[in-house]
Design a protein around this ligand. Structure first.
Ligand SMILES: NC(=O)c1ccc[n+]([C@@H]2O[C@H](COP(=O)([O-])OP(=O)(O)OC[C@H]3O[C@@H](n4cnc5c(N)ncnc54)[C@H](O)[C@@H]3O)[C@@H](O)[C@H]2O)c1
Length: 252
């Protein structure tokens, strides 16, 4: 499959590329040059430019859209361009180009409002079946991205898999990451599955199989065949204590 990866020079892109390189022909794009490109084609530019986005999408079968602002603490002024304008531009360009599948990098912050157990409609881990409840402006932009993509999936333009990614790092930086950590092997597996899953539209939380899981992975296991193999618990004795990566919501 010919796959366009946006945001390829970012943290998630750099972790992901080795997993995609052997399986797909890659076209990589970012504002700055990515590493780990292998034999991939690279096109640098600003996705906010509609003409550039259209040229990028021409001739690709699928898009893995990672480009964006990943910072949950940021305000609207920093989020509006990368997380609202850029996704709508790439979705429109994908339709124009006849792309078949879009995999969208969403976030666990889409459901972060359920972090306090008292905010949950049922006991146990947070579930994708519950309505989005973002914990921050960043999470709200990701809800918007999922909704914008759904418009295209429902109109028949292309199919969409939104991956509500946990915290992606080679190893969890502190124990505060343990309940949402998504290791590189599981990230690679999730995106490879998302590119070929028999799904018209879906939004799935993907973390590793963490002992300290905050999120239920049942939907991704059922619809994508996701079978994570990493567990943050492995690092309990090698990383320091640290605060949770989820936003404080003022309750519990
Ligand atoms: N890092 C995580 O743990 C994590 C967790 C959940 C979701 N996500 C999501 O995954 C995606 C990637 O996150 P990341 O951590 O790699 O972020 P990052 O900031 O490291 O990388 C994002 C990349 O997007 C590029 N970009 C931004 N605006 C652009 C534009 N207008 N045109 C072209 N390129 C542009 C940046 O140059 C950057 O290299 C984001 O959408 C983020 O919200 C990340």
């Amino acid at each position: 499959m010919r796959v366009l990866v946006t945001g390829a020079a970012g943290g998630v892109g750099q972790l992901l590329l080795p997993a995609l390189a052997g399986e797909h022909d890659l076209r990589l794009t970012d504002l700055r040059a990515p590493e780990r490109v292998g034999r991939a084609e690279v096109a640098l530019g600003d996705l906010a430019d509609p003409g550039f986005a259209e040229r990028l999408c021409a001739g690709v079968d699928a898009i893995v859209h990672l480009a964006g602002n990943p910072r949950p603490g940021d305000d609207w002024d920093r989020l509006r361009g990368p997380n609202l304008q850029v996704p709508t531009g790439i979705l429109a360009a994908a339709e124009q180009a006849g792309v078949r599948r879009v995999v969208l990098a969403s976030s666990v912050h889409v459901l972060g409002g359920y972090h306090p157990p008292s905010a949950r409609p049922a006991p146990g881990p947070i579930r994708d079946a519950w309505p989005p409840r973002p914990c921050c402006r960043y999470g709200a932009t990701k809800v918007f991205g999922e909704a914008a993509a759904r418009v295209y999936a429902d109109s028949g333009a292309f199919s969409v898999v939104c991956l509500r990614l946990g915290g992606c790092r080679p190893v969890p930086p502190t124990r505060g990451w343990f309940d949402t950590w998504l290791g590189p092997a599981d990230l690679g597996q999730a995106v490879r599955l998302a590119l070929r899953a028999d799904v018209r539209f879906g939004a799935y939380t993907v973390t590793s199989a963490n002992t300290a899981a905050l999120f239920d992975l049942g939907a991704a296991r059922r619809d994508l065949g996701y079978a994570p193999g990493e567990d943050s618990e492995t690092y309990r004795h090698s990383v320091p204590v640290g605060p949770s990566t989820m936003c404080r919501s003022g309750r519990d």
